[in-house]
Design a protein around this ligand. Structure first.
Ligand code: 26R
Length: 822
């Protein structure tokens, strides 16, 4: 597109060329005749960074001078993807860079492919954090993202004979051009050891924590560039190292080998991202990771606060708000209490008053297996003083809140206690987060309602004003402007170029939805994007697909509640219908999956295997006559999403109602003109409200119907026995039809749906699902009708920009004011 910012408009292709060549010489130590594509990419990054660092310095100076209130986003995960084209677009330099590189003999797309994804996250929660920091910078809001500088991000996925293999991800093996090490801001943190009770001269009791280990946190800053000359904020990620101070002792006493063992242990903390999505494992290293980055970050915040306010803590809650991205960083609550009470000698009540004004908590899931709790035993070993503090928080909470509201009610105390009693007592991090925060939000309307009605109803009774909703959103800079340049230029022409920061402008597209010329243009763009994706599919999987077919896409982590196996059952139903009726009439469809399974999640891996085996069979079966193709894209990640989403006709959002907190892929796909096949779950409900029932294929049980069905007793076997198609498909999976010579290899799915009781009601929703798919087939036959529906999706989803989500956080939670930066 043509737009560029006033601030950087002066930087033309000629000047960029000069910068790139200068860096090729001075930074990369090579020259234009022998530079590799990697060197060209790095030189271009260095050229971009000159502008990035300008913005960074200006922004930080402005925030310091204005002494701004800031939000501090605490997250164990940031799924950033690549930053090259993102930074160019946000600086308004993409076109200049493209031209400069072309004149230097390089295709910008080839250089983009030199960059590894920064995959420091699992899925939705991590990608949401990345969208949010983009919006915060774009909206000129003072903000710092805090997290962990993992050496290895989410594993890379390969398929071997159809099965998932995990390989380590080394995103910064040869250095990452976007990060800046800040040795001047290292922190030291403690773990293990014991607590001593001492009395001072006035006879006041004090607790002294004698730590067992001291660990150094080294911060790496990633500049976060706002769109079009606005602020440049930072994402500060902590890397763990052995503390110099601690190791000297061992070293001096001749223990060189012991000292390096301690080095290794300390460095293990930030070594690897836990790949579990929605399944809590209770591992000690994970708790240490959480504490390590929370403690480093709090000390960093306090250091900056003290620079402006000295030892006067009274302004702290005016200056600082901390957003907890799920319960993963909840240990920050007792850590701030420890710093205030033990280190700053503050009275408990005053310290607690500060905490409760500083923390806010976002819940991202209701799945019981994802709700974090730590055994008291382990907590005591790792963080003995914090456990005492949690006990005291809990004692006062039960006494001053619960017992006042429900006098003598021990059931209520048991249910609300931060400590879950039992054979193995546990610390409940959700309870701690609610008690310690001034606000608690869910991530879509229906989810926030369920957080209040099903997860924390008594907490709502105690503090109704604490609870609110902020529906998720996605950044349109990455998820439309950068990833779908064809549609972006069309939008610029048709509705002007303000939509990237004012996404409601997209509604102007609706006026053109009946215009045949515009419909043709819109669908021609979709067709070109599909042709591009077809090449990628050919390269990655060897499968040839026809861009004229419906591209039906399900991309998300592999989980039973997301029901990739429901999609598979429908594919099998179509295949069977074709075998039974060679003339079966359907619009050709390509079913495309992208998903990683947690390495220890057996059934999820079996579902991947089953999809791959079924794909192999169907794709080679001549009788299908290309009416169905099935592809499972290996190593699904942000960069692959950027290629798939612009090419989607159909978006699969088929979770069991009540299970998907929000979803954000649903928003990206609709934004790019895909039509959703979805349940009334998470943000699908709000998408349906926005696009209207003509433009979405809704099916299946509602949240209330799911509850009622479970109440009355759900028997998946009834569906198996009463629906011959279901029976035939499930029985088919047990034969060796898809795994010649090896019957039973795909039986795991059938067993979980029958013997396993079908915990996510796949069979109950099958009939409705296949009807919705039939409806899609019918809609697609009407070319103009489909074009209109697709356009109406793009036109009507302006609500789901992450800028709106951030504005909701500002209004309902953070109370921040923007700080304009020149
Ligand atoms: C405790 C641990 C193993 C763990 C649990 C859960 C680690 C990671 C998760 C991920 C969860 C919290 C997650 O990603 N939830 C997703 O958050 C998205 C952003 O709000 C939602 O859109 C999505 O519906 C939800 O599943």
């Amino acid at each position: 597109s043509s737009s560029s910012t006033p601030a950087t408009a002066s930087l033309n292709a000629e000047q960029l060329k000069e910068r790139i060549i200068r860096h090729l010489h001075a930074t990369l130590g090579t020259d234009i005749n022998k530079a590799s594509p990697q060197a060209w990419w790095r030189a271009t990054c260095a050229a971009i960074n000159e502008s990035v660092f300008d913005g960074l310095r200006t922004t930080q100076r402005e925030h310091y001078q204005q002494d701004t209130r800031a939000v501090h986003y605490f997250s164990l995960e940031y799924l950033m993807g690549r930053l090259f084209s993102n930074n160019l677009h946000n600086l308004g330099l993409y076109q200049s860079a493209k031209q400069a590189l072309a004149e230097l003999g390089h295709d910008i797309a080839d250089l983009e492919d030199q960059e590894e994804d920064m995959a420091l996250g699992n899925g939705g929660l991590g990608r949401l954090a990345a969208c949010f920091i983009d919006s915060l910078a774009t909206m000129n809001l003072p903000a710092v993202g805090y997290g962990i500088h993992y050496e290895h991000g989410l594993f890379q996925q390969e398929f071997q004979a159809g099965r998932q293999i995990e390989r380590p991800d080394s995103w910064r093996e040869y250095g990452n051009p976007w990060e800046i090490c800040r040795p001047e801001s290292v922190q030291e943190i403690s773990v293990y050891g014991y607590v001593e009770t001492v009395y001072d001269l006035q006879g006041r009791m004090k607790k002294v924590w004698h730590p067992g280990r001291i660990i150094k946190g080294v911060p790496w800053d990633i500049p976060v560039v706002g769109y079009h000359g606005s602020s440049v904020n930072v994402l500060r990620l902590w890397e763990s190292r052995a503390s110099d101070f601690f190791n000297w002792d061992v070293f001096n006493s001749g223990g060189y080998v012991d000292a390096s063992r301690e080095n290794i242990e300390a460095e293990t903390i930030s070594k690897v991202l836990y790949p579990n999505d929605e399944t809590e494992a209770g591992k000690e290293l994970r708790l240490i990771q959480q504490y390590f980055f929370c403690s480093c970050s709090l000390k960093d915040i306090i250091r900056r606060y003290k620079r402006a306010h000295g030892d006067d803590w009274s302004k702290f809650p005016e200056q600082v708000v901390i957003q907890l991205n799920d319960t993963h960083p909840a240990v920050a609550i007792p850590e701030l209490m420890r710093i205030l009470v033990d280190r700053a000698d503050m009275h408990w009540d005053e310290a607690w008053g500060i905490c409760q004004q500083v923390f806010a908590y976002t819940n991202h899931t209701l799945l019981p297996e994802a709700l974090e709790s730590w055994s008291v035993r382990m907590f005591e070993k790792v963080l003995p003083r914090h456990l005492e503090i949690i006990y005291e928080i809990n004692r006062r909470f039960l006494l001053e809140q619960v017992d006042v509201r429900w006098p003598g009610d021990n059931d209520k105390k048991r249910k609300l206690s931060i400590i879950e009693e039992g054979h193995e007592p546990m610390v409940r991090m959700g309870h701690l987060s609610v008690v310690g925060s001034f606000r608690v939000n869910g991530v879509a309307e229906v989810h926030s309602k369920l957080v209040q009605s099903d997860l924390f109803p008594e907490m709502v009774a105690l503090w109704p004003e604490k609870f609110t909703n902020v529906t998720n959103g996605v950044t349109p800079r990455r998820w439309l402007k950068a990833c779908n340049p064809r549609l972006s230029s069309m939008l610029d022409r048709l509705i002007g170029s303000d939509w990237p920061t004012d996404l409601k402008q997209l509604s102007k597209l609706a006026a053109h939805a009946d215009d045949p010329k515009v419909q043709d243009d819109f669908m021609a763009i979709k067709q070109q994007n599909k042709a591009d994706l077809a090449k990628v599919i050919q390269d990655l999987t060897g499968v040839a697909v026809d861009p004229a077919a419906i591209f039906d896409i399900q991309i998300k982590r592999l989980h039973e509640y997301k029901r990739q196996h429901l999609n598979l059952l429908h594919i099998l139903a179509l295949y069977r219908r074709i075998l039974q009726n060679p003339d079966y009439d359907m619009v050709p469809r390509v079913f495309i999956f992208g998903a990683k399974a947690a390495p220890g999640y057996k059934l999820a891996k079996e579902i991947i295997y089953a999809i791959n085996k079924v794909a192999e069979k169907i794709n080679h079966d001549k009788r299908v006559k290309d009416r169905i193709k099935v592809v499972f894209m290996p190593n699904y990640r942000v960069t692959l999403a950027e290629k798939m989403i612009p090419a989607a006709d159909v978006s699969e959002q088929i979770s069991t109602a009540g299970k998907e907190a929000s979803g954000t892929g649903n928003m990206k796909l609709a934004l790019n003109g895909a039509i959703t096949v979805g349940t009334l779950d998470g943000a699908n409900i709000e998408i349906a409200e926005e696009v209207g029932e003509d433009n979405i294929a809704i099916f299946g049980l509602t949240v209330d119907e799911v509850k009622a069905l479970r109440q009355s007793g759900y028997h998946s076997r009834d569906y198996y026995h009463n629906n011959p198609e279901i029976k035939a498909i499930l029985d088919w999976l047990e034969t060796d039809y898809f795994t010649p010579g090896k019957p039973g290899e795909l039986a795991a799915i059938k067993h979980s749906l029958l013997e396993g009781g079908d915990p996510y009601l796949v069979l109950a929703d099958f009939e409705g699902y296949q009807a919705a798919q039939q409806q899609i087939d019918g809609w697609y036959r009407d070319k103009a009708g489909w074009a209109k529906k697709a356009m109406m999706n793009t036109a009507c989803v302006g609500k789901f920009t992450s800028d709106r989500s951030i504005q909701d956080y500002v209004d309902r939670v953070w109370q921040l004011t923007p700080c304009k930066v020149d």
